[in-house]
Design a protein around this ligand. Structure first.
Ligand code: G1P
Length: 290
């Protein structure tokens, strides 16, 4: 069978970001910075370094500035060059050239499954990646690239998994399955936000997916589930039953940037990777815990 390349990635970015109010009253949560980098830029960098060329952003009212972030701002570029800030100008230009960004509006908030369905016409009949902006993964090999490798080996949809505490299973989609090889499972169960007593395992879905296009026709006929929203997990469970679905325990550290503590931890993690900041931050933290 010839390999189907993953050329497009969908980032659902239509949510209201209520967990970060008041910060998100007029700024999309996707633009909140991890040090000096909008969270969505880290996601787009993961996409670009996984070899994907096109990003489909699912946005909504008040979110136009996300797409603006990936445009070239000619006035700013000119000003930076005039001021001799060549390196910064080049860095910003690079951001605009990383990938092609296309936007689709999700006119009504009907859930993650519905947000992905909004990308149907732009994806067509190809497998594609989905990355949720709240989940940041710090890893040597980009998490999406690791998943593409698994997809290309087995030609089946793949979802990223990580083990969570039992008390946290009701915050995630939870999967059950049998081992296929180290870190790869053939899944036989997927439940969105189960109560701990019905969770098939402690393996939680992290916001990275490689999906076969058949997911679209399934999503179209998927009724609202948990939270009265059209759930991607429910449609994936049907795809699993008909075509099979893999779970992949990725290598790397995941941060929940949609959670206040997770957001602060992500900031500390990425700040510690910046040589101009790290020693000062370590010194400051030592002082704080005295
Ligand atoms: C979504 C998915 C869930 C997944 C989670 C990962 O939930 O529906 O299956 O485990 O992302 O972050 P949300 O956190 O958007 O409610």
């Amino acid at each position: 069978m010839s390999k189907k390349l993953i050329k497009k990635a969908v980032i659902p970015a239509a949510g209201l970001g209520t967990r970060f109010l008041p910060a998100t009253k007029s700024v999309p949560k996707e633009l909140l910075p991890i040090v000096d980098m909008p969270t969505i830029q880290l996601i787009v960098e993961e996409i670009a370094s996984s070899g994907i060329e096109t990003v489909i952003l699912i946005t909504s009212k008040g979110k136009a500035s996300i797409a603006d972030h990936f445009d070239v701002n000619s006035d700013l570029h000119k000003k930076l060059l005039e001021d001799g800030k060549h390196e910064l100008a080049a860095k910003l230009k690079e951001t605009s050239e990383m990938v092609n960004v296309v936007t689709v509006r999700q006119g009504v908030p009907r859930g993650l499954g519905h947000a992905v369905l909004c990308a149907r016409d732009l994806i067509g009949d190809e497998p594609f990646a989905v990355l949720l902006g709240d989940d940041l993964v710090d890893s040597k090999i980009p998490c999406t690239k690791q998943m593409i490798d698994v997809y290309e080996k087995y030609n089946k949809s793949v979802v990223a998994l990580m083990e969570v505490e039992e008390r946290d299973v009701s915050k995630f989609g939870i999967c059950g399955g049998t081992d296929l090889e180290e870190n790869v499972l053939e899944l036989n169960k997927m439940i969105e936000k189960p109560a701990p007593d019905i969770a098939p395992s402690k393996l939680a879905i992290v916001g990275r997916y490689i999906l076969e296009p058949k997911i679209f026709e399934i999503l179209e006929s998927t009724d609202p589930g948990t939270g009265n929203e059209i759930q991607l997990t429910d449609a994936m469970s049907k795809l699993m039953a008909s075509d099979g679905f893999l779970g992949y325990k990725f290598k790397g550290e995941r941060f929940d940037a949609g959670d206040k503590l997770g957001f602060v931890k992500a900031n500390i993690n990425f700040a510690l990777k910046r040589p101009e900041i790290a020693p000062h931050l370590v010194e400051y933290m030592k002082k704080c815990i005295k």
